[in-house]
Design a protein around this ligand. Structure first.
Ligand code: F6P
Length: 325
């Protein structure tokens, strides 16, 4: 087995607050263990194009608190092809890179897993996505910040909704999964949460609007964006049609959920996982995502981290219903 001396580090897919804290943790712990780190810009695209630079202790100074990713990110179509992955492998070899640590979500790990198996190349994944939709970690880096950003925005919408006695349909991110909607819904005291995978909750909403309390001065319905574009506008249109007496507005929070200073939870998570990723490589373990389950480090094969559909805890929907009486 090759002794690991030089690690390539990249961020890929949608950025997430806390990615910089994870980059810092990987770089600093690699230096601590006397390894070299090569930063790869713009995800797998940069890996193919040789967009590499040497990282040192100072290149990660003053970034733990910054949103986004200093390595830049993206989704690479080239890397989805055999030819693209071959070019990436050749670049890594040319630059004497023995292993890579990639920070990202579902798409990132699917691509990284194919590459790792194709070239028997050591890869470790760190879960970085606001969606929290990976198996093998209770929380992904960026999720805590995103839900806090969401509830901050929803609190503001509540102020104006109260003043005008309005019903707001608020769309939050989460194309494949409604975990932002679910937690932000509980945290912001929403009247209802609509998640694409649980179609019955639209009927529950209609039922409540028809038979529920009429003396509420505002209502917030949280909608996870789902795969269909304009989910919130579509629901808003149907609600307006069925309940013309409600003064209904739609608000889409969008990419503000991906930016901003990471919360302390995300910084600590990213720091712990970043150190663990380097230690895992040194222990000769690859092809895994490093996560945290019940507060302890957990290692999940990349293919299993992405394989399953995340199940929504129905208790959360029930809590929304009970608490919005
Ligand atoms: O995966 C993170 C995420 O923010 C999803 O919640 C969202 O559906 C998607 O990325 C949006 O991607 P893009 O920024 O490419 O439009």
């Amino acid at each position: 087995m090759t002794q690991i001396k030089r690690i390539g580090l990249l961020t890929s897919g949608g950025d997430a607050p806390g990615m910089n804290a994870a980059i810092r943790a990987v770089v600093r712990s690699a230096i601590y263990y006397e390894l070299e780190v090569i930063g790869i810009r713009r995800g797998f695209e940069g890996m193919i194009n040789g967009d590499y630079f040497r990282m040192d202790r100072k290149s990660v100074s003053n970034i733990i608190q910054r949103g986004g990713t200093i390595l830049k990110s993206g989704r690479s179509e080239q890397f989805a092809t055999e030819e693209g992955r071959k070019k990436a492998y050749e670049q890594l070899k040319e630059n004497d890179i023995d292993a890579i640590i990639t920070i990202g979500g579902n798409g990132t790990f699917i691509a990284a897993d194919i590459f790792a198996k194709e070239y028997n190349f050591p890869v470790i994944g760190l879960p970085g996505t606001i969606d929290n939709d990976l198996i093998g970690t209770d929380f992904t880096i960026g999720y805590d910040t995103a839900i806090n950003t969401a509830i901050d925005a929803i609190d503001k919408i509540r102020d104006t909704a109260e003043s005008h006695a309005r019903l707001f349909i608020v769309e939050v991110m989460g194309r494949d999964c409604g975990l932002i909607a679910l937690r932000a819904g509980v945290g912001a005291g929403a009247e209802a949460v609509i998640i694409p995978d649980t179609s019955s909750n639209l009927d529950a909403l209609y039922h409540r609007l028809e038979f529920g309390r009429k003396d509420k001065s505002s209502r917030i319905v949280l909608v996870a964006e789902g795969e269909q574009p304009n989910a919130a506008f579509e629901i808003g249109r149907m609600v307006k049609e069925k309940f013309p007496n409600y003064d209904t507005r739609v608000s889409v929070l969008g990419h503000i959920q991906r930016g901003g200073k990471p919360t302390c939870m995300d910084r600590v998570l990213a720091s712990r996982l970043g150190v663990a990723a380097v230690e895992r490589l040194l222990a000769g373990k690859f092809g895994e995502m490093v996560g945290l389950v019940h507060g302890e480090l957990a290692y999940t094969p990349l293919e299993s981290a992405v394989k399953h559909h995340i199940t929504i805890n129905p208790n959360f929907l029930k809590i929304v219903e009970i608490l919005s009486l």
